[in-house]
Design a protein around this ligand. Structure first.
Ligand SMILES: [Zn+2]
Ligand SMILES: [Zn+2]
Length: 378
């Protein structure tokens, strides 16, 4: 079996013990046979157990890193057994399901609130230079009636009489192994250790209420489609008036009528008549920085581009800006009247272009060679 244990757990070879443990727990939750009885999944579950057994043990990990198979040396504990393989894993599996075993006693009624995300439309100009926007968010805030306690005004939470505030109840059962004591969360108080006899009428005991808030968001210069701005503590307040989660504002940049953005550069196309391309001209262009004159040099070819440095979008990190690139398209004159045709024929004659042969090159040479290079990894 040439399975790579690092790949099985989806961690790098330099992963810390903590990262290995976290990866294992996440997978164990997902692939446990009780959750997922599919035979293929069970095979995967055995694999992650074997991988974790090795990588969580510094000695076995060292043997494995040096190219050995610590499981076959240790008497074939891997492969076949699954659960039986490493009882050392068992507490970690339990942890994965029931949370850290060190967490004893009543659990708190307050929990951290969820993160939230909101999409925000911005214009190109706003993305380029940054702005400040007001947004409205529907969110949960601390209940003003009970200040998050969950109890109706004038009342308070009381110690649970079933578990006497411990949050869990114990039970002794006889089994063939002898007496076994098991603990489980108190069914009367759901493990909180307290009960709220009269819940707050405003929030029904949840400690928080829905509300609409207006927030002012600072949009930094250089944001792009999909950029997320984190507003710490502006998400939902948690149950029991717990600390608020974070709010993420995701930027959605609206298309611009003239400019197309690629990275921090802006692109646009200007179409000019053949005569102007040949003689040169100046074209007014409304850029993000105001009106500018684009200098079309005499003899400009179709497809040529004119860069305007530092006229693009501000770089989000570090100073400076992208460029504005104006692509030139030359219009060939058509529908000539007799006089125009006569003039053009004269020009052609003067330039010796009456019977041009044209210049041929291999088709799409540039593109093909670039593709070939990409395939060859060059
Ligand atoms: Zn309340
Ligand atoms: Zn209780």
């Amino acid at each position: 079996m040439a399975t790579d244990y690092y790949t099985v757990l989806g961690v790098g070879r330099d992963a810390s013990q903590d990262q290995i443990k976290k990866a294992f727990r996440r997978l164990a939750r997902e692939l446990h046979p009780d959750v997922n009885p599919d035979p293929k999944t069970q095979e995967r579950f055995k694999e992650i157990n074997a991988a974790y057994e090795v990588l969580s043990d510094p000695q076995k990990k060292q043997v494995y890193d040096l190219g050995g198979d610590p499981l076959s040396q240790a008497g074939g504990a891997g492969g076949a057994g699954g659960f039986g393989a490493g009882f050392g894993n068992f507490s970690d599996i339990m942890d994965a399901f029931f949370g850290a075993s060190s967490q004893r006693g009543p659990r708190s009624r307050t929990r951290r609130g969820q993160d939230a995300m909101i999409r925000l439309d911005v214009e190109l100009e706003e993305a380029a230079f940054g702005t400040t926007k007001e947004i409205q968010v529907d969110t949960a805030i601390v209940c003003t009636t009970c200040t998050g306690e969950g109890a109706a005004p004038g009342t308070s939470a009381q110690t649970c009489d079933m578990c006497r505030g411990r949050g869990e109840v114990s039970q002794v059962t006889r089994s063939f192994l002898g007496q076994v004591m098991t603990s489980r969360p108190c069914p009367q108080c759901q493990g909180f250790g307290t009960v709220v006899p009269t819940p707050c009428p405003e929030c029904a005991g949840d400690g928080r209420i829905r509300s609409r808030r207006t927030l002012t968001v600072k949009i930094p210069a250089g944001v792009d489609n999909g950029t997320r701005i984190q507003l710490a503590g502006e998400g939902e307040v948690g149950p029991g008036g717990g600390p608020a989660g974070d709010l993420y504002v995701e930027i959605h940049e609206l298309p611009h009528s003239v400019f197309q953005r690629r990275g921090d550069d802006l692109h646009c196309t200007v179409t000019i008549p053949m005569t102007a391309a040949s003689l040169g001209t100046k074209c007014p262009l409304e850029t993000l920085d105001g009106l500018e004159e684009i200098d079309i040099r005499p003899g400009t070819q179709s497809g040529q581009s004119i860069p305007l440095h530092q006229r693009g979008v501000t770089h989000l990190r570090g100073g400076g800006r992208g460029d504005l690139i104006v692509h030139v398209e030359v219009l060939t004159p058509s529908k000539l009247d007799p006089e125009q045709e006569e003039l053009l024929r004269r020009i052609a004659k003067l330039r010796g272009e009456e019977r041009p042969t044209g210049q041929f090159q291999p088709g799409q040479q540039g593109l093909f060679s670039r593709l070939k290079d990409a395939f060859n990894g060059r």
